[in-house]
Design a protein around this ligand. Structure first.
Ligand SMILES: [Zn+2]
Length: 528
């Protein structure tokens, strides 16, 4: 028995080493693409001593208030106190003079896929771009003020290599909470197999691990639950819908009752929250009877009833709407004319914003080769219907479903907000056309949907921290919390666009991103 255990461990070790070696060979020496890093080094900040963010407008997302002329004192990665402006000259530690800029807690992206590239399909000529993009995702998160991410399904071996690199400091990136792979049944969402994507798919996943476990029976499910959890997963991710999101595909396999019993028993025994990808009312009606922690995305094929919403509220289930996915994946190209039911001002406005973004700023967040390829794929929607796409083995998301998300999903979201349900904030970045570093897009879309600017910030900080079980430690800047802080030039309660380009980003008290030039005068660091 012991021997057998020993030999599986050795095999696992071998796989890990092989994956690392393969990674080391194929990964180009990664340049962070951020000129500010050497600039930060030049500032030679001594983190052994305290640091102070001085003379700022400190925003409290809990109650939406702003304290002006505040100073935030940080020691060894944690906030130790908040007070009034101090005299830098009289201190023996470094003081960041912020000249009235706005300071918010580090943002949390509560739903993303950090080992996915945002590519609509696999192009063998883009392999190097995919590898670069996977690493850039973490850097992009930091540059946009996301100091924590919740990865909702990853290539486990790649994810763990990246987390190791972030922890060792060789890769700039956020705190990562994750579930490893998605606990789906064979053929369940996301119903694309590695071999569908590329001829080398199966070989590649030998090194990277697969994003989904695809269990075939209960014993295999049991094994995968254990394996995923033993690798540091802090929750279990299920997918509960019965239909595919891919153009031209229909029904997909579902968990049996025995599977669900197995999953929830395991979750209880390890005290792991269960989070469910759920777009369809069918899946909702089935899973809401189980002790779930969160529903990911939003029901997009039907209006929720008052009873449904009451049920979510009573069971204390949180929602991470990832509303921006609707905008990302609804494409006018599938219609000759937008059907009457989607002919709303809200949808037209979202479409205008989306196409403008794709044409102008999107490429800042994505390798050009990937983005160019994605844009060319839009022509396929114009040229072929879903049946033709699938018969040619082209697996694209079905845009019509996402128009539904802006109709039914919008109404459902507002109803849940009204009922006081905890609503988080995440992008689903990594899925096609949905790039990292763009939490601001979800925040702005929530605002256009009807959330106040104060609520939007609460979703992306306090609510997300609650969803992660990190209340009081993340998503707030108060004594005892991690010193994850984002400095903004403008007041985000005046201009929601203030989140787009943070001036400075601190994670655990360390400055990881400086958009603006900073200079040192003795112990004072100020904007040049
Ligand atoms: Zn997702």
């Amino acid at each position: 028995m012991e021997d057998q255990y020993h030999s599986t461990e050795t095999r696992r070790e071998f796989l890990k080493k092989t994956a690392l070696l393969a990674g080391a060979i194929v990964l180009p020496e990664f340049s962070n693409g951020c000129a500010s890093l050497s600039q930060i080094d030049r500032l030679s900040i001594d983190y052994e001593k305290d640091i102070v963010l001085n003379n700022c407008n400190l925003i409290d997302p809990k109650n939406g208030t702003i304290r002006s002329g505040a100073s935030l004192r940080i020691s060894h990665g944690k906030v130790i106190g908040i007070g009034n402006r101090i005299e830098a000259a009289s201190q023996n530690f470094d003081v960041f003079e912020l000249d009235g800029r706005y300071v918010i807690p580090g943002l949390i992206n509560a739903h993303c896929h950090s080992t996915m590239t945002g590519a609509a399909s696999f192009n063998p000529f883009n392999v190097m771009a995919y590898l670069r993009q996977m690493k850039r995702n973490y850097m992009l998160a930091i540059q946009s003020g996301e100091t924590t991410i919740r990865d909702m399904g990853a290539l486990p071996n790649v994810l763990h290599n990246h987390i190791d690199e972030i922890q060792s400091g060789s890769l700039i990136g956020p705190r990562v909470f994750h579930c490893n792979a998605i606990m789906n049944i064979d053929g369940g969402h996301p119903d694309i197999r590695p071999s569908d994507v590329s001829f080398f798919g199966n070989t590649t996943t030998f090194f990277t691990g697969n994003i989904t476990v695809n269990f075939k029976n209960t014993p295999e499910l049991r094994e995968k639950l254990r394996e995923n959890s033993d690798r540091g997963a802090s929750f279990i991710k299920l997918t509960v819908d019965n239909r595919s999101l891919i153009c031209g595909r229909g029904e997909i396999p579902m968990y049996s009752r025995e599977h669900l019993r197995e999953i929830f028993n395991f979750a209880e025994s390890r005290n792991l929250p269960v989070s469910c990808h759920n777009h369809m009312k069918y899946g909702f009606d089935r899973i809401i009877d189980y002790p779930i922690h969160s529903l990911e995305h939003i029901i997009f094929d039907e209006f929720l009833t008052d009873d449904d919403v009451e049920n979510i509220s009573r069971k204390n289930v949180s929602i991470i709407p990832t509303f921006i996915v609707a905008q990302c994946l609804a494409f006018n190209e599938v219609f000759n004319e937008i059907p009457e039911e989607y002919n709303t001002e809200f949808i037209h406005n979202e479409m205008r914003i989306k196409y403008e973004y794709l044409r102008t700023t999107a490429v800042q967040y994505c390798e050009e080769a990937i983005h160019t390829d994605n844009m060319q794929h839009l022509n396929l929607y114009r040229a072929m219907n879903c049946r033709e796409l699938i018969s040619r083995r082209i697996f694209l998301p079905n845009p019509v479903l996402y128009f539904g998300m802006m109709k039914y999903g919008l109404a459902n979201l507002l109803k849940m907000r009204q009922a006081g349900i905890t609503i988080g904030c995440g992008t689903d970045a990594g899925v096609p056309y949905d790039y990292f570093g763009t939490l601001w897009r979800e925040m702005e879309m929530l605002h256009r949907a009807g959330f106040s600017k104060q609520e939007v910030l609460r979703c992306a900080t306090v609510n997300n921290a609650k969803i992660l079980g990190m209340e009081g430690r993340l998503g707030v800047l108060e004594a005892g919390a991690y010193a994850d802080a984002v400095v903004l030039r403008d007041n985000p309660f005046d201009r929601i666009e203030a989140y787009r380009e943070p001036s400075l980003v601190f994670k655990g008290g360390k400055l990881l991103h400086a958009r603006a030039n900073m200079v040192r005068e003795r112990n004072t660091l100020r904007f040049a």
